[in-house]
Design a protein around this ligand. Structure first.
Ligand code: AVI
Length: 319
């Protein structure tokens, strides 16, 4: 059984039925996410970009601070988990290149197509940048991290951390922290709590791109698993709970229906009218929550970089 089929069988056995958002990112899903990042309603990407544009030199200094204590002669590894198109990271990379710092960029992404595009763009825009791309899930990347000598700056940007539930946020940060030494730094992007209507709108854009992104999951199951999801029988539904910071996306069944999945031996799954499949978490944070999360993961907050409106925070963490 393929991993994807396995995941669907497991996810549809839960109550409520639930799927991991990591499966959004096939080639079509990665393209849709590129479009989302440019949407007027989707503020996180441009806000984090603005933080890097205005505070890039200070961020780079904070990332290099620990490396001064590391054994000399080894280049700093800038490891980025979920690198995507690298748009924001290129600002930090340019800053490092301008300082003639000895470093290697290790972009890690689950989508080989997104990674290929990133590497091609880096070759053109920053031809002298030493790059070691890694098409892998975060867990595989963690293993690579553990084996790498020299100081590391690990980037986990874009509020990707919010795609984990609270227990997984802590466990993931803990796992990230485990192979790090005192010389290493982590830079984590957190989307902050704000007007709940703005948050909800960011996941329910007027052009319907986010709806397409969510529905693409079913398109993927049809193409890769021989499922027979009728896309017009499903509806994208985002909801935000300001009391917990939980931004959740759902796919809601517009009618009672049965879906069969060839890759699961034709197994049938019944959906009641208006039954919802949970497809994504995009948690929002307060600064005290971030400090508590870091502490629970065995990390300390070194420095916080925010935009003026306090919409987004890039937090430097260390062991
Ligand atoms: C990748 N991740 C941080 C995005 C988010 O905001 O949760 C994915 C996304 N989903 C819908 N819009 C954007």
């Amino acid at each position: 059984m393929s991993t994807l089929a396995d995941h669907v069988a497991h996810g549809f056995a839960q109550t409520p039925k639930s799927l991991s958002s990591k499966y959004f990112y096939d080639a079509a899903g990665s393209r849709l996410f590129q479009q989302i990042m440019a949407l007027p309603e989707y503020y996180p990407t441009r806000t984090e970009l603005a933080i890097f544009q205005t505070q890039g030199p200070a961020i780079v200094r904070a990332l290099q601070a620990g490396a001064a204590d590391a054994p000399t002669g080894q280049a700093l590894a800038v490891v980025e988990l979920g690198a995507g198109d690298g748009l924001k990271t290129k600002i930090l990379l340019r800053e490092l290149l301008a300082q003639s710092a000895a470093f290697t960029y290790v972009p890690v992404d689950i989508s080989p197509s997104a990674l290929e595009e990133l590497v091609a763009s880096l070759r053109e825009e920053l031809p002298t940048l030493p790059t070691e791309p890694l098409a892998a899930e975060y867990t595989a990347a963690l293993a690579t991290l553990a084996q790498r000598p020299g100081a590391k700056a690990v980037l986990f940007l874009g509020s990707n951390i919010g795609n984990f539930g609270p227990a997984d946020q802590r466990d993931f940060l803990q796992a990230l922290a485990a192979p790090l030494t005192a010389a290493d730094r982590l830079l984590v992007g957190f989307d902050l709590c704000k007007d709940p209507r703005r948050i909800r709108a960011a996941y329910d854009d007027a052009q319907g791109i986010t709806a397409e992104f969510n529905l693409n999951l079913l398109r993927r199951f049809n193409a890769e698993l021989g499922a027979d999801f009728q896309l017009d029988a499903w509806q994208h539904y985002p909801d935000y709970d300001p009391s917990t910071g939980a931004m959740r996306s759902w796919l809601v069944s517009r009618r009672a229906q049965t879906v069969r999945v060839a890759a699961l031996g034709g197994q049938a799954f019944d959906f009641a009218a208006w039954e919802a499949i949970h497809t994504e978490n995009s948690f929002k944070f307060t600064l005290p929550q971030i400090a508590a999360l870091a502490l629970a993961a065995g990390l300390r907050v070194v420095e916080v970089f925010q935009d003026e409106a306090g919409d987004f925070a890039d937090v430097v963490l260390a062991r």
